[in-house]
Design a protein around this ligand. Structure first.
Ligand code: FAD
Length: 400
């Protein structure tokens, strides 16, 4: 680890102080990893991690699928490579965070079954399977009968599927609480508040200053903006944050009745007349059923149409879903960058870093983001494998 040079006459610990703005999964993993590396970390977040239903963070809504294989998209091979790298880190990441926090994060290792509803959906699924094979990802093409042998509650009309045994899931709300606890135990501080401005220079000779809505200014040598799709409300020394567009997702949480067996054993993703839908089971009987994809700005209203679409498509795949008890409905905003890839590491403002734009994959990408951001904070550069995702890369339609 390399320290930065001390500016003269400072009252803060200038070479090691880091303020992380935002307590979603990306801010929290960065804060924990940085604190564990001996940096002096303060995380600023307005919403308590213990009240996920009221929070703005996309991380509190996420289903928690760790599914780089079944999320593969043509043209996003590099991003998928980062996802595969992060997925491979998950086992040891979970062991470490659970030990550090003393609690489980609900890592569910039963794989993912991707199924098709009609012939057109099956054609898309076959193309995806060919892409997975080209990229060297181990998945297995299954007939309709083989799918139903694995998941007996699937509708007989399901046309076929692909089994991705290495695509798992985690409970993001538990993960957030565990990361908060682990960070605290590693010495990180948390301040409840909303950041309005990052200034350069900061107070008391510090390189940067982080102003909160109540007027407090925190001095910092380095600042990480991990604000999901809300960073445009913060005044910065230069326009280094490209537009991060919110992509709304509505989903619902349901559970089987007491004493009933789980509806699905593994994550079931499906294409129904071209619409993606998923059911993600948790060990305690909860099932997450999602999700819409809507580009409506910062609107998080739940709509009858959105929830109907999700339930309609989920029922086509797993008719027994109508028997579940609904426990929560919610909507979150996926933070999408102009090229749909994350923006990580230093900007042209000395000391100011970004960790934003994780779009549909923030939970999956948490371990690798933690690793990348610690490297950026301690050496000033990104690891070789992450250079493509540099925060200061040229982007069409955005500042950088
Ligand atoms: C319906 C849905 C399902 C999803 N499912 C999955 C999935 O299965 N797997 C997966 O990997 N990803 C999934 N995602 C995507 C995932 O949720 C995001 O990529 C990830 O949560 C982004 O994390 P983040 O920390 O960058 O942003 P967020 O979680 O949005 O956190 C940003 C934080 O910054 C705080 N903040 C904002 N402004 C300020 C300010 N001025 N001062 C201080 N703090 C501020 C906010 O309060 C918030 O806590 C899903 C998303 C949605 C909406």
């Amino acid at each position: 680890m390399r320290d930065f040079e001390d500016p003269p006459n400072t009252t803060v610990r200038p070479t090691r102080s880091v303020v992380v703005v935002g307590g979603g999964v990306i801010g929290r993993v960065t804060a924990w990893r940085a604190a564990r590396h001996g940096l002096d970390v303060t995380l600023v977040e307005p919403d308590p991690v213990t009240e996920p239903a009221d929070a703005r963070a996309s991380s509190t809504v996420a289903a928690g699928m760790l599914t780089p294989a079944t999320e593969a998209v043509f043209g996003e091979e590099e991003l998928m490579g980062l996802g595969v790298r992060s997925a491979r880190m998950y086992d040891s990441f979970v062991t470490e965070v659970e030990a550090a926090a003393g609690m489980s994060v609900g890592h569910h290792r039963t794989g993912t079954l991707l199924v098709a509803f009609d012939r057109d959906d099956l054609a898309v699924l076959d193309e995806l399977h060919a892409l997975q094979r080209r990229l060297g990802i181990a998945t297995e093409r299954l007939s309709s009968r083989e799918c139903r042998r694995l998941e007996p509650h699937l509708a007989p009309s399901v046309r076929g599927g692909v089994l991705a045994s290495d695509d798992h899931s985690v409970d993001p709300r538990r993960l957030l609480r565990a990361l908060a606890r682990a960070a605290e135990r590693s010495g990180a501080r948390e301040v409840a508040g909303s950041v309005t401005e990052v200034s350069s220079p900061g107070p008391d000779g510090a390189r940067l200053g982080v102003r909160l809505a109540d007027g407090t200014v925190l001095p910092a040598h380095q600042v990480v903006l991990a604000t999901g799709c809300w960073g445009d409300r913060i005044t910065l020394p230069a326009p280094v944050l490209p537009p991060i567009r919110p992509v709304k997702g509505q989903l619902l949480r349901a559970r089987v009745r007491d004493g009933e067996p789980p509806l699905v054993e593994r994550t079931v993703r499906g294409l129904v007349r071209g619409f993606p839908v998923y059911l993600v089971p948790r060990a305690d009987g909860e099932v997450i059923v999602g999700a819409t994809q809507e580009e409506l700005g910062h609107d998080t209203a739940l709509t009858a149409g959105g929830l109907w679409q999700v339930l309609r498509d989920a029922r086509e795949l797993v008719p027994g879903i109508t028997e579940l008890e609904i426990t929560e409905t919610c909507a979150g905003l996926r933070p999408g960058s102009p090229d749909n890839e994350p923006l990580l590491g230093p900007t042209r403002v000395p000391g100011l870093h970004l960790a934003v734009g994780h779009f549909r994959h923030g939970v999956l990408l948490a371990p690798v983001t933690g690793e990348v951001m610690v490297e950026a904070l301690t050496t000033g550069v990104l690891p070789e494998y992450a250079r493509r995702f540099a925060a200061d890369r040229p982007l069409s339609g955005g500042a950088a």
